[in-house]
Write a protein of this length. Structure first.
Length: 306
């Protein structure tokens, strides 16, 4: 549509070129009327062009994704803010576009930033990273307005006292104290001395998974910076150890983690109600497939399906 505007301007230009040839004899087309009609056409064209460029076009979800609109607004806000507390930036492409956009958009270089999110323009964000608390125990989290968190993550942030604050194209969450990780089921384990698992909570505080669907949150803490890309896996297996359902993913690039950061991951498994299962949880390197090991040498945690 925008590209067609240059072609459309040819028609009023041709009309104006022919105006001097019109007759001014009574009962025929008046030159003055023609001028007015041409002017009205041009003004209408200018008006709708302005509406398209400055209103309709910027509000399009795909345009905002390509141009990283919310991240540039976030950068402008952080430039003006006086706080130096660490910030987790939620966005569209946390591995590629988002960090580059922030580096190009922000003038200040004294903020400690993390990145998380996913490339999907429709699915909610299922990974949350909470930066290690700064001075006074404060930390901040942002996301584009049109990039929603999974309901479980919104509920967890609310439980930590971080209510969403609308700032135009982005949403800000402020934690005024270090978050207290209190999972429903506590399971302490460390993978390769780098990542500590704290436990899990079933979605909706149910006592068990439904017969068709199991959603749960897992809680993790970073022990030391990690440069190798990592991902979580949650597998459901039958009584013979056969894989019947799985959920792999982690949308918070490990190269931006710092010791003390907290990760919250939403997992979702589609289950077969006729098959008894157990759950296996672990961490692996997507590039090599190597799994991180526990202290006892196992490459996963096992627990009965709730």
């Amino acid at each position: 549509m925008i590209n067609a505007l240059l072609v459309v301007t040819v028609f009023p230009a041709l009309l104006i070129h022919k105006i001097t040839g019109f007759s001014t004899v009574a009962l025929k087309l008046s030159t003055n009327v023609t001028y007015l009609l041409a002017l009205a056409l041009i003004l209408t064209h200018i008006w709708w062009t302005a509406v398209g460029i400055f209103h309709i076009w910027p509000e399009n979800d795909e345009v905002q994704f390509v141009w990283q609109a919310a991240l540039t607004d976030t950068a402008a806000y952080l430039d003006q803010a006086h706080e130096l507390t660490p910030v987790a930036i939620g966005g569209w492409s946390p591995v590629t576009m988002d960090p580059l956009t922030m580096r190009l958009s922000m003038r200040r270089q004294d903020l400690d930033l993390r990145y998380f999110g996913s490339d999907s323009t429709t699915m909610p964000v299922i990974t949350l990273i909470v930066p290690q608390s700064g001075k006074g125990g404060h930390s901040r989290i942002t996301r584009p307005t049109i990039r929603e968190f999974a309901p479980e993550l919104e509920d967890q942030l609310a439980a930590w006292g971080a209510s969403p604050q609308q700032n135009g194209s982005f949403v800000l969450y402020e934690l005024t104290a270090p978050p207290r990780v209190d999972p429903q089921v506590i399971m302490l384990a460390t993978f390769d001395d780098r990542l500590q698992f704290s436990g899990y909570t079933l979605s909706g505080n149910d006592e068990k998974c439904s017969r068709e669907l199991c959603r749960l949150l897992t809680y993790w803490q970073v022990n030391e910076p990690v440069q190798t890309p990592l991902s979580f896996f949650l597998h459901a297996v039958d009584s013979e150890g056969n894989l019947i359902a799985q959920d792999d993913g982690l949308d918070a690039p490990s190269q931006y983690w710092q010791a003390g950061d907290i990760l919250v991951q939403v997992h979702s498994l589609q289950l077969d109600s006729a098959v008894p299962v157990e759950l296996r949880l672990g961490v692996y390197e997507p590039q090599t497939g190597r799994r991180l090991l526990l202290a006892d040498g196992d490459d996963h945690l096992s627990f009965a399906i709730p």
